[in-house]
Design a protein around this ligand. Structure first.
Ligand SMILES: [Zn+2]
Length: 259
């Protein structure tokens, strides 16, 4: 299998079941999927889904826009779930100043608690950061980042690319990098060191061009990979191979046996 989707929400799709989405992904040569929670119920669902399919892994965590659900009990339940063998990451967590479902004061301690959890369990940390780069980098600096950090649906500028790259953090790009008005994001993608670049769909959201207007699913990730390859002046096959290697390192995945 050629392609990788490091961030999808298989249980958020309003029209397709996880089984249908995984089948479509396989037909599109997408071999590895990481389905990710945004709160406790969706994290439990992500683990149940990952347990049913080879090549599907789970991330468990509480999204900043759901930080109001992060009670002590919910965070303890996330920590228990994170021990399951299907789980490769804590997330998505982080900071979001774009939407105001929750306040910065609610988001901050929930982000810090999940950084601590990722470090304690030696899991990858998947970060959602929207319009909050300075604050996000300060929190990571103060808490100390886990060994493996992924900036999902990367939206930062060249300066943020440099700061993340210096720290050895992975930058994952979603379908919005294919949008016509996204030249700044493509410029950022072109500057990412090859060994830190990842691909994702963030499905069912952010459907890549030219399928905007439809629900997204992991089978669309090749469009994002090809847009990144064109932006970076690389061959799609070469970029796909390096993204596969990066994914194995970023999430400490078991390496599949050669067939
Ligand atoms: Zn997401």
């Amino acid at each position: 299998m050629t392609y990788v989707d490091t961030h999808c929400h298989l249980d958020h799709h309003p029209e397709a079941t996880a089984d249908e989405q995984v089948a479509r992904a396989r037909a599109a040569d997408v071999g590895t999927l990481i389905t990710i929670g945004t709160d406790l119920p969706s994290s439990e669902q992500a683990v149940r889904t990952a347990a049913r399919f080879d090549g599907v892994f789970a991330a468990v965590g509480i999204h900043p826009n759901d930080a109001d659900t992060a009670t002590t009990e919910a965070l303890a339940a996330i920590a228990d779930l994170a021990m399951r063998p299907e789980v490769v990451a804590i997330g998505e967590t982080g900071l979001d100043r774009y939407r105001d479902h929750t306040t910065p004061e609610q988001q901050d301690p929930v982000f810090r608690a999940q950084i601590e959890l990722a470090k304690r369990l030696d899991l990858t940390l998947v970060i959602h950061c929207r319009d909050a780069w300075p604050a996000c980098l300060v929190v990571l600096d103060e808490e100390g980042a886990p060994d493996r950090v992924v900036m999902h649906c990367f939206s930062g500028d060249l300066d943020v690319v440099r700061r993340c790259a210096d720290a050895g953090w992975y930058l994952s790009f979603a379908g919005n990098v294919t949008f016509r008005n996204a030249q700044e994001l493509r410029d950022a993608a072109a500057a990412v060191p090859a060994e830190l670049l990842l691909t994702e769909t963030d499905s069912p959201y952010l459907t890549p061009h030219p399928y905007r207007g439809r629900w997204n699913d992991p089978s669309f990730v090749p469009h994002t990979l090809r847009a990144l390859a064109a932006t970076r002046g690389e061959e799609p096959e070469d970029l796909a191979a390096s993204v596969r290697d990066n994914t194995v390192r970023a999430f400490a995945l078991p390496v599949p046996a050669e067939d």
